[in-house]
Design a protein around this ligand. Structure first.
Ligand code: FEO
Length: 403
């Protein structure tokens, strides 16, 4: 089995989930990987495991690098099941082995597997700044609550300057290649954005704090080995993903407008096209995404990427269309900040969708740049008003971003 070294005696030993197309509710068109790492030293450590069912694949990779009996430590950075699902199985395969995790990690293991099981494991609890000397290499731990769950922790291998940040800096991207520089970087960054938008968007403040903490500690980083997707090793790629996280977590955006809509009899679609025309008249680009035709994960990427987001919906039974309502529920969970919002749509007699959208934006404390309702089918005057809404939103974006 091919070995994938990140540094001397440090190997990727994860598993590739080629078929994964929906990761707890969002689409993953390029599959996924669950990354584990092996550090061979006087004491040998495995960092994280894989989703349940992928343990044998990981074990084969591990066995291709060293004897299973040589493993002394299993570090659990995060207890979500895509990483910890195989922990009970590996505790049997690697026994005797010491499980190393944070206090919150231990608590989460108990909550997942039960006190009776976890009590039978030899566990060493570590906290921020805690170290584990392996021989030539020393592991340093950094608790990073809510990147992605309360128990999340980074492991840093000092001497080769390898950061293993678990859910941080990942992508859902199955590939036979292990390093970002071996793939089309546009694809890697597209997947990094999709991953960030759908998993980490609501956690921007915690990501910012973590980035500051890493800077304060002065960690030098030659390799970032996330727990999903490809590994970052070229200095320019490491700088690029850290800069991207800095921008995404502070809700910086491109001077673009996302028009996210659904339509019943094409009237809201006509409004969308007229608004897009108005945006173009002001020299800005936009993304037009029909909710019923677009994976929800891509809608989230557009919200992360674009400075303004306009949502359009016809009214049905006095409500917004059900696919729009579903997306709005998802959007509320993502808690976007600092976006210019707008709502529009057609109705037959009483309306309702546009008011509901505006109320939802206000609840999210987002600036509402405008709203527009049209009865039945938009007239030429209505389409002219839609164009003006597009121009107005584009002007606000340019003013805000100095574009
Ligand atoms: Fe990749 Fe929060 O698990």
């Amino acid at each position: 089995m091919q070995r994938f070294p990140l540094a001397e005696d440090i190997y990727w030993i994860g598993a590739i989930d080629w078929d994964m197309r929906n990761f707890h509710g969002f689409e993953t068109p390029r599959g996924a990987t669950y990354n584990s790492y092996l550090i061979i030293d006087e004491k040998t450590a495995v960092i994280d495991t894989v989703r349940e069912g992928f343990g044998p694949e990981m074990l084969r990779r591990l066995s291709g690098c060293c004897s299973v009996a040589e493993v002394d430590y299993l570090v659990v950075n995060h207890v979500e099941m895509d990483h910890s699902g195989s922990v009970p199985w590996f505790m049997e395969q690697l026994a005797p082995v010491t499980l190393v995790t944070s206090k919150r990690g231990r608590d989460a293991l108990v909550e997942h597997y039960g006190e009776g099981v976890v009590d039978g494991w030899d566990i060493e609890v570590v906290g921020t700044g805690g170290e584990l000397a392996l021989g030539r290499y020393t592991l340093t731990f950094l608790e990073v609550p809510m990147v992605h769950w309360p128990d999340s922790m980074f492991t840093y291998v000092k001497e080769p300057k390898v950061l293993l940040p678990n859910d941080g800096f990942g992508q859902h991207l199955a590939s036979a290649k292990r390093f970002a520089d071996e793939l089309d970087m546009n694809v890697v960054m597209e997947e990094a954005l999709r991953y960030y938008a759908n998993i980490l968007m609501p956690l921007g403040n915690q990501i910012q704090k973590t980035l500051h903490k890493v800077m304060e500690l002065g960690l030098e980083i030659d390799v970032i080995g996330p727990s999903h997707g490809v590994i970052w090793r070229r200095p320019e790629d490491i700088a690029r993903i850290i800069e991207a996280y800095s921008a995404w977590s502070s809700f910086q955006a491109l001077p673009k407008v996302a028009l996210i809509y659904d339509t019943m009899w094409h009237s809201t679609e006509k409004m969308t096209k007229a608004i897009a025309d108005g945006i173009a008249q002001e020299g800005l680009d936009c993304r037009v995404l029909n909710i019923s035709e677009t994976p929800r994960a891509d809608l989230a990427s557009a919200v992360q990427e674009c400075a303004a987001v306009l949502i359009g919906s016809s009214t049905q039974h006095n409500q917004m269309l059900a696919p729009v309502g579903g997306f709005l529920t998802y959007l509320k969970g993502l808690r976007p900040k600092d976006r210019i919002m707008g709502a529009y749509g057609s109705y037959g007699w009483s309306g309702g969708a546009v008011k509901q959208l505006v109320a939802a934006f206000e609840e999210l404390k987002l600036e509402v740049a405008g709203s527009l309702e049209v009865k039945y089918v938009p007239t030429e005057e209505d389409l002219a008003a839609c164009e003006e809404l597009g121009r107005e939103v584009a002007r606000k974006v340019k003013e805000k971003l100095g574009a």
